[in-house]
Design a binder for this molecule. Sequence first.
Ligand code: PEP
Ligand code: MN
Length: 264
Amino acid sequence: LASRDFHPADTVINIKGVEIGGEQLVVMGGPCAVETPEQIDEIARLVKAAGGQVLRGGAFKPRTGPYSFQGVGVEGLIMMAEAGKKHGLLTITEVMTPEYVDVCAQYADILQVGTRNMQNFDLLRKLGTIQTPVLLKRGFSSTYDEFLNAAEYILAGGNPNVMLCERGIRTFETYTRNTLDLSAIPVLKQLSHLPVISDPSHGTGRRELVVPMTKASVAAGADGLIIEMHTDPDNSMTGDGVQSLFPDQFAHLLADLEKLAPLL
Ligand code: PEP
Ligand code: MN
């Protein structure tokens, strides 16, 4: 079902009038984690002002270590839904277990499956039983075939609203947190009809690389981007402040993308 052979035309996912996979480049911006109502409200205002369409923010965080901040949970879903509504943005948040799919879908417009859960088949099966759009991140050591098979689980269950997200893979290079596999963008567009989103934040792990890799992703054919932005990255509650853009960088980047997109 994920294959272009089966479905030659591009899939366009329409969420409350925002089309993902169509003509428009979609930008999802926001913090790694929802922290407080004030934080998410202010960031939502800035995402909207910059021209973004979707507010990102994790309420449930898949942290590598069990003692790290794990997210504020359902409270965070509520804070983010309010901020999205107030500022006219769609919202995307990560869901980690099948048990939380329904509550996350109640509050968010798009559900994110993180890289660590790409092959959490129970989660994928559960996401196949609803119609809420899913942004499926590529596992950091997964092949394209494994990635598309993971998408297949959701599609096979009856949810056609899946987007694929390249977020960097593990290579021998340690200077960057991951290696953003730019080739994945045109490869996935060729193999599949599903929208392809790039995550240059986790893909590089370094703020100064997010701007060029965002532009490179657009040049490679990405349908959208998911980018971390924070008003106070040095004090963010996850370690992802180092890869979060400052609001003015985010705004400049989106202005540049508006100039770049029509050229491609
Ligand atoms: C995130 O988007 O904050 C995140 C945890 O992403 P990934 O699953 O790609 O590491
Ligand atoms: Mn993050």
